[in-house]
Design a protein around this ligand. Structure first.
Ligand code: ASP
Length: 335
């Protein structure tokens, strides 16, 4: 069933009411049906991406700018492939060679991007809130590709899609009662925040685990249960999501040593046995093998979803770009 047909079943409101937002800056505050709508929309692109012929020209004639002020491998490539598969002209702004390096303010960069009349702008920035600042200054939809420690919404969505595809029958999938353990540098992780918003909204039970120095104060307010003991956090988990230590956001010493960290918080085969027998292993990448995750776990056939997450990333980003440009394309019901 397409999402238009599903809307007739009452799964979500018809037309633009299914997703009445101009851009995608975060998953906080989105309704369950809005998240489900985006997940359902992505299914068709998962199918298309598995065909030899992967072009769908829905966005032909549109221009998408990827403006990444912070390093990226997966997310930038994934957005570029997503835009191109939908037939859009995709332009990557080379920040290292741009006027940003000459001291141009973010607002001036935003106004420049706006004057180029892009139809969507995808932004990654090292400062939390910077993407919103730009979004407020431009006329087209903005998609947040990760801002500081704040949010990485398409990662949260692609992770939910990966879980749903692996664990549930596609359409009837229920997140209710699912136990997801997220372990690592929770303090600096935008991936953790977006996943927490998404998974708790969809009804999953989320546990977060980190050494005390890497656990944000008041995290309970996000409706998660904090743990410092990884073994306890793993007991009975359906999904184990590991996070990298974000050294680039740390000033000073947060952990004694990588060796000590692995000893307490590294996902080994031995530890994984504490979770459910068929528990999924996830990691947003880049991985530090031998620190937060052992290679034999990262590569564990049938259980590790790490390359599947990358695959789902392209489909999820195609869905977000397609939905957010519906108004500009005059799609019926999205005026
Ligand atoms: N790639 C993810 C991000 O951009 C996770 C990470 O860098 O550790 O947030």
């Amino acid at each position: 069933m397409t999402s238009a047909e599903l809307s007739q079943t009452g799964r979500y409101p018809a037309g633009s009411l299914a997703f009445p937002h101009r851009g995608l800056l975060g998953l906080a505050g989105l309704a369950p049906h809005e998240l489900l709508f985006l997940l359902d929309e992505a299914e068709q692109w998962v199918e298309l991406n598995r065909q030899p012929q992967k072009r769908a020209d829905r966005l032909a004639g549109l221009t998408i700018i990827n403006a990444f002020f912070e390093n990226s491998t997966r997310t930038l490539l994934s957005f570029e492939i997503a835009g191109k598969r939908l037939g859009a002209d995709v332009v990557n702004m080379a920040v290292a060679q741009s006027s940003v390096k000459k001291g141009e303010t973010l607002i001036d960069t935003a106004m420049t991007l706006n004057a180029m009349r892009a139809d969507a702008i995808v932004i990654r920035h090292g400062s939390s809130g910077a993407v919103r600042l730009i979004a407020d200054k431009v006329d087209c939809p903005v998609l947040n590709a990760g801002d500081g420690q704040h949010e990485h919404p398409t990662q949260g969505l692609l992770d939910a899609l990966t879980i749903r595809q692996a664990l549930f029958d596609k359409r009837k999938g229920e997140f209710n009662g699912l136990i997801v353990t997220i372990c690592g540098d929770i303090l600096h992780s935008r991936v953790a925040r977006s996943n927490i918003h998404c998974l708790t909204t969809l009804g999953a039970e989320v546990r977060v685990c980190a050494p005390p120095a890497l656990m944000p104060a008041g995290i309970e307010q996000m409706k998660v249960t904090p743990y410092h003991d990884f073994d306890k956090a793993l007991a009975g988990a359906d999904v184990v999501m590991m996070l990298r230590l974000q050294q680039e956001r740390m000033e000073g010493q947060f952990i004694p040593s990588p060796r000590e960290y692995r000893h307490l918080y590294g996902l080994t085969l031995h530890r994984l046995a504490l979770a459910k027998p068929d528990a999924l292993v996830m990691h947003p990448g880049p991985m530090n093998r031998g620190v937060e995750i052992d290679s034999n776990v990262a590569d564990l056939a049938g259980r590790s979803m790490i390359t599947r997450q990358v695959e789902m990333g392209v489909a999820m980003r195609m869905a977000c770009l397609e939905v957010l440009t519906r108004k500009a394309r005059g799609v019926e019901g999205w005026a």
